[in-house]
Design a protein around this ligand. Structure first.
Ligand code: M1P
Length: 246
């Protein structure tokens, strides 16, 4: 570990950057990350919760990376130990939460889309994840919803209405995946994890949704990071090889 580049960290988004969306990382990628960790400190920052990130990067993910930030860093692990956890319940209070959840469930109930499944709102530590089709749809149903949404703008329309209706709650709505969007207080985007990285003077961030409105945008444009846009996991490996391993 002593040979690693001092003061430098490579920080990665998960979906679309290290893995295909919601899929497990390939063996090649996992091996590449192990090799990369020999030369530089490595962290991951995903919008998903820790259980989903573990499905994608492996059960021992919190030990395989120096930092694991789930829910944008609202839950933070360093060297396998919990170093921070936000609580949406405490932050918003039960009344505001209930108002938001009730309205959102009514909206989904009135929504006419081809199919609905279950788990329309997933309550996480620091965010709500809202899915019009329901999170426990199959992979095939998930892929179909994504295509349908691209044509009918189900999520953008829903987000626009919720943003207006709940403007007083100062929330951010982020469409980061295929079937859902995340809702969290302003500032609880991926830049949230940077508070744990003050010892680094070079933070390289790699993400695929770095465009305005994407869930990697804020951390990508942050003055604290050096942002890198990638389009596939293969490109992530190529860019890292050129930057850290040549
Ligand atoms: O990491 C991106 C997103 O991945 C999932 O999105 P979906 O299930 O819609 O594909 C979710 O875990 C979401 O929270 C996350 O932002």
């Amino acid at each position: 570990m002593a040979a690693r580049m001092p003061g430098v960290i490579a920080l990665f988004d998960v979906d679309g950057t290290l893995t295909a969306p919601r899929k497990a990382a390939t063996g090649e990628m996992l091996e590449f990350m192990r090799d990369l960790r020999k030369v530089v400190t490595v962290g991951v920052v995903g919008g998903s919760d820790l259980s989903k990130i573990s499905e994608q990067l492996g059960k021992s993910v919190i030990h395989d990376y120096d930092y694991v930030f789930s829910e944008n860093g609202l839950v933070a692990q360093k060297d396998g130990k919990l170093i921070g956890k936000e609580d949406l319940k405490q932050f918003l209070g039960e009344d505001k939460l209930k108002e938001f959840i009730n309205y959102t469930l009514h909206y989904i109930a009135d929504l006419d889309i081809p199919i609905k499944r279950g788990t329309f709102i997933e309550f996480r530590n620091g965010m709500l994840n809202v899915s019009p089709i329901g999170r426990n749809c199959s992979q095939e149903e998930r892929d179909e919803f994504e295509k349908y949404d691209k044509i009918h703008n189900i999520r953008p329309k829903m987000v626009a209405e919720l943003r207006q209706k709940f403007s007083h709650l100062n929330l951010t709505f982020s469409i980061g995946g295929q079937i859902s969007f995340d809702v969290f207080p302003k500032g609880w985007d991926k830049t949230y994890c940077l508070q744990y990285l003050k010892d680094f003077n070079e933070i390289h961030f790699f993400g695929d949704k770095t465009y305005e409105g994407g869930n990697d945008y804020e951390i990508y444009v942050s003055e604290i990071t050096i942002g890198h846009t990638v389009t596939t996991p293969d490109e992530t490996m190529q860019q890292c090889k050129a930057l850290f391993m040549s």
